[in-house]
Design a protein around this ligand. Sequence first.
Ligand SMILES: Cc1ncc(COP(=O)(O)O)c(C=O)c1O
Length: 443
Amino acid sequence: MDEPGIPHAQRSHVNFSLSSSLGNSLVPSPTLSINELVRQMWANGETVYHLGFGESRFPAHPAIVRALVEHASRQSYLPSAGIPELRQAVAGFHSRQLNREIRPDQVIVAPGSKSLLFAFQLALSGATVLHTPSWVSYEPQSRLFNRPVLRMPASPEDGHQLHPARLHRILRHSPYDQHLLILNSPSNPTGQMLEPALLEEIADICRREEVLVLSDEIYGLTAFGREHVSISSFYPEGTVVFGGMSKHLSLGGWRLGTALVPPGDSGQQLLQAVAKIGSELWSTASAPIQFAAVTAYADDAELASYVEKCTALHAARTRYLWRGLSELDISCAEPMGAFYLFPNFNHWRKPFASLGVQTSVDLARYLLEEWQIATLPGSDFGTPARELSLRLSTSYIDLETDQKAAELIEMASASANVEELLSSHHPGMNEVLARLKNLLSSL
Ligand SMILES: Cc1ncc(COP(=O)(O)O)c(C=O)c1O
């Protein structure tokens, strides 16, 4: 607002307008927002059962912490694509994992894979195709620079399967010349995985239609339902693989993500374009974190067994909640990886409507306000507003403090029966199930 008659030097503010590409549709990331809201409610002394935030809570492995302390005094800017030692270590790690040679010059690191996913979308022309429901940030990132997004909806009835025929149809009818396909297996929000035969079929379509795949495999090492297979094994020339330390190593706040570009000249061109974007946005991933990450990507049996232990606990906790939901007849695909469930309450559409709950946003709000259960609405992940789906994360509940998370992993190491441990050490999860039971029987 202008302040008429007041000289410029005495005005209390400067007039400015926000960029039109931000528009009104851009909202803060829903996952970060729900976490802040729950923290605020806890600070006010309110009870909240937190199924809203996907953050692995287990302690940072001591060997990686030691490496970070050792390198804390590293203070210089580093190369945009990452230090050679780390690119070498990440290449070695993925060569072992993928069973083929990945060269260090195929690796780029950045502060989080989120930044890399943004930079790759920015670097490439065309439209982004999303298997939906999909992670909350892919579409908002595209919207920041007006990149078109084509959604490929999946249905709750068959566990949100990706149907190659649907992909084919979308590509054939698209008005755009070039496409990126973003895949995410294991998936946030559904916890589902894409099986190898399906990946092979998708790879064939993408090769024929010249579609580049951005394969977000950040949850690859938290797979438990079946072995994680990368689409890059079937389509190495057309896949960029994303990963990082946030999930299997529980180091989200350290902000270190990785991407592997295809071999050869076109991969190098792409990597250089992304490194240039990085040089203008974040300059470099933090220096001490990069040096510590060399240890995190080393060929180390003890570290690998720690990751397996954390994944086994995520698996047991997520399956425990899934079994509880199934006993209440809540429709939900059986989880295969990560720490997510994507149930839907469509069966109770009518009684919910009489409570004013018509959309997944209404449902998430109702659960928080009336039953103190924090979740995220399915529509944040691209499902139709009226589908009564929710994204539940099991990573936080009953592990609200660092101490609880450290105790659980210690107890799991000493216990022969993890299931027993769950029923006796998961009061929050049990309370959520009891509240859902009461809620459904009240409808
Ligand atoms: C599917 C998916 N991709 C990417 C990310 C971003 O991870 P990072 O911490 O590496 O930025 C997340 C984090 O929640 C995620 O769930």
